[in-house]
Design a protein. Sequence first.
Length: 134
Amino acid sequence: MILFSLAVVSSIAHYTDNTINWSEYPHPEPGSVVPDPSDWLVGSSWFAFTAAGVLGLWWYAQNRILPAAVAIAVYSVSGTISIGHYLAPGASGMAPLRQVSIGIDIVLGVLLLGFALWAVLKVRPLPASRDTAR
């Protein structure tokens, strides 16, 4: 799947940068309710998210659509969670290339979530509305 491959490549770039250059990313103020994951957590979460995505693709190839959609939706969080960078003060001051990397990750995460929802609806279409006027 092209969308998944793009997301993996994008997430490798973003998560590697986020892990290696963790101190250069904005962090929430002390006492904030916004989480501030460690560099270790950021780096290791990539493997967990990606494993879910690979499992989702494998299930999708086996036509096990519902578990595939759930796993792909879990993987999509690897991108959509990147919006969290913008909850910390100073995020708009990050380097332009970093902004692009984060933006691409977010967009691909949303697209993967959309794909997961589409896959479920394709298999289980919404019931047609009944015409009550007879």
